[in-house]
Design a protein around this ligand. Structure first.
Ligand SMILES: CNc1nc2c(CCNCC3CCCC3)c3nc(N)[nH]c(=O)c3cc2[nH]1
Length: 373
């Protein structure tokens, strides 16, 4: 087991890369999908179940954990890994994005963001320095810079101003992070959908030097076409030998398109959140298990899936427990969705290592019937 953080690209197919990130807490096979564990739990999943789906790393959340139970309490109890019984790598987001989407009474200044908790209205402040301190208290293996993600629609001037602030915050994050062997700090590229601003942001981050680089500021409502338009150039502006993390993405077809464009890591609440609402994601497309047509269907959700839900239960049963709002409904569909996402990542990794990505992608799209199946 290494005491350092490192990334090795093992194979390429076009712009896509297959590789491995080595950390003191274990290896991360890339391209990787990272399940989201916002409040120190991947909702409806035991940690051993998350591991069984094939996930090498999960996400924690500075914003939620600083409010409840607080980072100091988690540190006092041995850190986030021990607290949530997950001894593999954890990446934590820096909190800025969640403040802007969840908190109220927000005041943004050069210093940082003052806000009121969405839980109890108490007053808090996040800054690059405070975010680094919280992520250190949590003990996360991959720390994200404290940044500002502009809400769309935004003018070029607003995007430029926000990106410049994020780059100053990136320097302050780097300075506050210090030297923590075995722990990584990732910079976050901003710049909206404007190529010149994306280039300026990439140059600013290169000059500061990070262990990995995220493409931020996307999946905020711009749509897949505009997102792919940015991914047609933005990842290649970032250092080729470091991991590239596309934040907040996405649906299965978003993931396939992002991997084709050189992305190595992704996270999204979709498979877990939609699992709780009865949405199943399969190789043939999306299935709404609340639909009455499943009432008498003895078949599994996905014949070709090896997850516990598909091995041991019928669509009729899944439909019943979802409609009855039984807890096992969320458990089974979340498990299935996370298992499917990891199956997809394993397929992408295999395809890249055998130079067969184009065929894999063609087959992926051919299998997906339109609409519900
Ligand atoms: C869903 N779309 C989207 N998400 C973005 C996120 C959040 C990624 N997911 C984090 C987990 C979710 C809760 C706990 C951690 C972004 N985060 C940052 N810091 N910066 C972005 O530009 C940024 C941009 C994002 N776009």
């Amino acid at each position: 087991m290494t005491q350092r953080f490192s990334f090795e690209v093992e194979a390429r197919d076009g712009r896509a890369r297959k590789g491995v990130i080595s950390t003191p807490r274990g290896e991360i096979r890339t391209p990787a999908f990272m399940p989201v564990g916002t409040a120190a739990t991947v909702k409806a999943m035991m940690p051993e179940s998350v591991c069984a789906t094939g996930a090498d790393i999960l996400l924690g959340n500075t914003y939620h954990l600083m409010l409840r139970p607080t980072a100091e309490r988690i540190a006092g109890l041995g850190g986030l890994h021990k607290f949530m019984n997950w001894d593999r790598p954890i990446l934590t987001d820096s909190g800025g994005f969640q403040v802007m989407s969840l908190a109220s009474l927000r005041k943004l200044t050069e210093e940082g963001v003052r806000f009121a908790s969405h839980i109890d209205g108490s007053k808090h402040m996040l800054s690059p320095e405070r975010s680094m301190e919280i992520q250190k208290l949590l003990g996360s293996d991959i720390v994200m810079c404290f940044d500002e993600c502009p809400a769309l629609p935004a003018t070029d001037a607003e995007v430029a101003k926000s990106m410049a602030l994020s780059m100053r915050w990136a320097q302050r994050s780097r300075d506050a992070f210090g030297d923590r062997p075995g722990h990584a700090l990732f910079g976050i590229q901003q710049g909206g959908v404007t190529k010149d601003l994306r280039a300026e942001s990439a140059e600013a981050l290169r000059a500061i030097e990070f262990d990995g680089y995220a493409v931020g500021g996307l999946a905020v409502g711009e749509g897949q076409e505009a997102m792919f338009g940015v991914l047609d150039y933005a990842p290649d502006m970032l250092p080729e030998d470091k991991p590239r993390y596309l934040m907040g993405v996405g649906k299965p077809d978003d993931i396939v398109g992002a991997v084709e464009r050189g992305i190595d890591m992704m996270d999204c609440v979709l498979p877990s959140r939609s699992g709780r609402t009865g949405q199943g994601w399969t190789r043939h497309g999306q299935v709404n298990m609340r639909n009455a047509r499943h009432k008498d269907d003895p078949r599994p959700l996905d014949e070709a899936c090896g997850c516990p839900a598909c091995r041991n239960y019928s669509r009729a049963y899944l439909h019943h427990v979802i409609k009855a709002d039984e807890i096992i409904g969320s458990m089974l569909l979340t498990w299935h969705n996370l298992h499917y996402y990891q199956d997809l990542m394993a397929g992408l990794r295999d395809a890249i290592s055998t130079g067969a990505l184009a065929g894999f992608v063609a087959d992926f799209h051919a299998k997906r019937a339109g609409g519900d199946i």
